[in-house]
Design a protein around this ligand. Structure first.
Ligand code: MCN
Length: 798
């Protein structure tokens, strides 16, 4: 592996070995200096600000909207927005029930917070004042707030014409679960719930749109994970030719999945910009974010794990319900959530007999979207809790049980019953690595000794695999409306020999301005500082799908490598002519084409190609620009993986949890930048801790959300976090450039499993069962009380 650089400070930085170097992030300089530019920072003269009028009821007929007197021209309803083609959102599966999600409500509202009208004024405060004066006449309808109840006969319906409450019902099946059930010595059945959350990126959604008269095009600044795909969708629903629509994502302050869906507010703002002669902007505030951005998770499971007398897993069966809210967001809604949870339930274990029925259910809540980990945090939570529950029942160590059932290195590649091909790695080594890193023996000794303050110590583990960088075959298999098969890059050398990368991918916190520059620098013999990465502007960069599904390093990294190598070949051809040698006798380093002791600088080559074409070889055209698309040869995905270990101290009286230690032993193949990988893992773990212990949007019986500010929706802050320690195993993928695998989501997948297993471990002898995230103090005390009650009624009975 390449030598490690920690900084790239000056002219003395090397020009080789950038793949694998812990370079500080280039983009952080502007962010730390407060010089970033987000949608809210964009200054376009005469911009007016928007506030939305939202439904305060969860389900109602919309009878009418009354505009305040004298301000009618500043208030817009669905009827004022002009023609809009409603997009079909959801998979291309006949059984999926499509819904129309109008940007402003038409005739019916289906969740509290749905957009009804928009108000425009000189400032946001004035627009909000106006919004307060708009009258919304609603006639309430029966409300559905529970996904399991929604599927019962006679339940109220979100859509009158549907025969039941589900967008879609399906099943993931394989092998013979009935036979497994018959052979089982142990059949452990449990129910679990993972709460509704939202992504809570630092920057909420934001959109600014105006008509550029000179270019005769609509310009849209948008905080998005994928500007090209958003342009496609906006062009389609607003009937604007794509060459007349430019979508620019400036700095994007995180997305975590939520900004990978086109939402009604964004469509409404752009639709309005079509018809007014001033720029309009909407910036989502925190309350709107928690109320009405893409929500996430809210899974319910009823699962039985069958095992023989030695604890060998035989089969898995049960049901998964996903509460998908009231509508589907373009392109695919939340359809993947339930089936993906079902496909991922067996985890890394040898389970070939499986039957999981899954339901994607409509309720009167904000629509569901993807959130870091998509479905897998739920699946991992459930299977990893089940492993511990079975181990407790058998009276053995859960890590022994994992070792007995986990796929070994020799068994890879291994095709799961969910038809995913786990490619390379050493899963048992990761389990062992986590045991060592967390210092399991010392934790057990402390646990045995007891705490002076009466708190209980618990140690928990969870393992996951993360499908990353999957392409055409996998998305086609899922019947996805958009098949993100590849990424693209233009590598362009400027006349002075520096390099510009134009990429279709969209970095929104992942540090790709650094890692992609590292790859080009590595291939071309430059320093990352000599490479500029441009993304996020459909007017400049080639088409790309954007950043999600931990795909960027595999896809965009591959495209950068490929186009940079193509350019390297051209540089060698020109350099060879200038050096009067054969191209095969040249190498690239230190910003030069070298041959023997001679060298010609990229600046000289740049000059020759741009303004002195008489110096070029006859068969080489003067364009120092190479374009490439890239998709790995295997498109089912490269699987990274990790074991997470958590140590908790829990107060048995108050249920308060302190995370004493957290360790991750992960493998994402070759790392382009280990420092960034560490950051990705730690950020993900922090969000996973939020899922495990804090974050939740509960709803009351009328469908009113009970958490709409950060006072009620709790996020983990620095004081709640332990030092997160990360150990890397490196098993390169065999089918990606440099052997990389994605890592962006993994950190968020395992914490609920590891932490709740740790809480369960702390109270193992009580028989208390912890089955819900967030595992709040109240829920912990309730589980302990329930176990005590069960125990005493047992004693009475006995
Ligand atoms: N990387 C690397 N070596 C590897 C793998 C990754 O150096 N073997 C680096 C990459 O170069 C990139 C970063 O790590 O700079 C993440 O790469 P990758 O795993 O390919 O993930 P993506 O770039 O596709 O990011 C998407 C992923 C997802 S799906 C969510 S959700 C998420 C996440 O990344 N949202 C984020 N990380 C986030 N980080 C921030 N700060 N903000 C978000 O919104």
């Amino acid at each position: 592996m390449a030598e490690q650089h920690t900084l790239e400070p000056d002219d003395h930085a090397p020009t080789t070995g950038w793949v694998g170097a812990s370079v500080l992030r280039k983009e952080d300089a502007r962010h730390l200096d407060g010089k970033g530019m987000f949608v809210a920072d964009v200054i376009i003269p005469r911009t007016r600000e928007i506030a939305f009028v939202r439904s305060n009821m969860a389900h109602a007929t919309l009878i009418g909207v009354t505009k305040p007197e004298g301000h009618a021209h500043q208030v817009f309803t669905a009827a004022d927005l002009g023609e809009i083609d409603h997009l079909t959102a959801g998979p291309e599966i006949a059984a999926f029930r499509n819904t129309v999600y109008p940007p402003l409500a038409e005739g019916r509202v289906r969740f509290a917070g749905q957009t009804v009208a928009m108000c425009v004024a000189g400032s946001r405060a004035e627009a909000e004042d106006l919004a307060d004066q708009v009258g919304v006449d609603l006639d309430p309808l029966a409300v559905v707030i529970d996904a399991v109840d929604a599927m019962k006969p006679g339940a109220a319906k979100v859509y009158d014409s549907w025969q039941d409450g589900a967008f879609m019902t399906s099943a993931v099946k394989g092998g013979d679960v009935k036979a497994a059930r018959g052979k089982a010595k142990f059949s452990v059945r449990r129910q679990f719930k993972m709460a509704r959350q939202t992504c809570n990126s630092l920057e909420g959604r934001g959109v600014l749109a105006y008509y550029d008269r000179r270019l005769d095009e609509l310009v849209v600044y948008m905080s998005t994970q994928g500007p090209h795909v958003m342009r496609m969708a906006l062009a389609q629903c607003l009937k604007i030719p794509e060459h007349k629509l430019r979508v620019i994502a400036p700095d994007v302050g995180g997305g975590f999945g939520g900004k990978n869906r086109l939402t009604p507010e964004e469509i409404a703002v752009v639709a309005l910009a079509r018809q007014v002669d001033y720029p309009v902007r909407w910036i989502e505030d925190r309350r709107e974010h928690i109320l009405a951005s893409a929500h996430a998770r809210e899974h319910w499971y009823d699962i039985t794990l069958h095992a023989d007398a030695e604890g060998t897993f035989l089969g898995l069966e049960g049901e998964v319900y996903v509460d998908a809210g009231a509508y589907s967001l373009w392109p695919v809604g939340a359809f993947a959530e339930a089936s993906m949870a079902a496909r991922n339930l067996p985890g890394p274990y040898r389970i070939q007999d499986l039957e999981i029925r899954n339901f994607t259910v409509a309720t009167n809540k904000a629509p569901l979207g993807p959130y870091r980990g998509v479905a897998r945090p739920g699946a991992c939570f459930v299977i990893e809790r089940m492993v511990d529950e079975l181990a407790h029942e058998m009276g053995i160590d859960p890590m022994d049980l994992r070792q007995r059932n986990i796929v070994t290195a020799a068994e890879l590649p291994y095709t799961t019953v969910g038809e995913m091909v786990l490619d390379t790695g050493d899963y048992p080594a990761s389990l062992r690595g986590a045991i060592e890193l967390i210092n399991s023996d010392a934790v057990r000794a402390r646990q045995k000794q007891g705490e002076p303050d009466g708190r209980r110590i618990g140690l928990g583990f969870a393992f996951y695999t993360e499908q990353s960088g999957h392409g055409t075959a996998e998305w086609t298999r899922r019947k996805s409306r958009v098949v993100p098969g590849y990424e693209s890059c233009v590598t362009r050398m400027m006349p002075d020999g520096t390099v510009l990368l134009l990429v279709g991918i969209q970095s929104h916190g992942q540090g790709m301005e650094t890692t992609l520059a590292q790859i080009a620098a590595h291939e071309l013999g430059l320093k990352p500082a000599q490479v500029q990465v441009r993304h996020g502007d459909t007017g400049i960069s080639p088409f790309g799908f954007g950043t999600f599904a931990s795909r960027s390093i595999v896809m965009a990294g591959g495209a950068v490598a490929k186009s940079s190598r193509q350019l390297a070949d051209k540089l060698r051809a020109i350099g060879a002519k200038l050096l009067q040698c054969a191209p095969e006798d040249t190498t690239l380093a230190d910003g030069q084409v070298m041959s023997g002791s001679g060298g010609v600088s990229f600046a000289e080559i740049g000059r020759a190609a741009h303004v002195r074409s008489e110096l070029l070889p006859e068969d080489v055209d003067p364009v120092l620009e190479e374009f490439a698309t890239y998709e790995p040869s295997v498109s089912g995905g490269a699987f990274s993986y990790a074991t997470h270990a958590a140590v908790v101290a829990v107060d048995p009286d108050t249920g308060s949890v302190e995370l004493l230690d957290y360790a991750v032993c992960e493998d994402c193949g070759t790392m382009i930048n280990p420092l960034i990988v560490d950051g990705q893992v730690m950020g993900g773990v922090t969000q996973g801790i939020g899922t495990a212990l804090f974050e939740e949007i509960p709803y009351d019986e009328q469908g009113q959300p009970l958490a709409t500010t950060l006072a009620e929706y709790l996020l983990p802050c620095a004081s709640e976090l332990p030092r997160i320690r990360v150990k890397h195993l490196v098993t390169p993928s065999t089918f990606t450039e440099y052997g990389v695998k994605g890592v962006g989501e993994g950190g968020a997948i395992a914490p609920p499993g590891a932490i709740v297993n740790a809480i369960s471990d702390a109270f193992k002898e009580t028989g208390a069962f912890f089955n819900t995230t967030p595992c709040t103090p109240r829920r912990i005390v309730a589980a302990l009380d329930a176990a005590r009650d069960a125990h005493s009624s047992h004693e009475v009975g006995a």
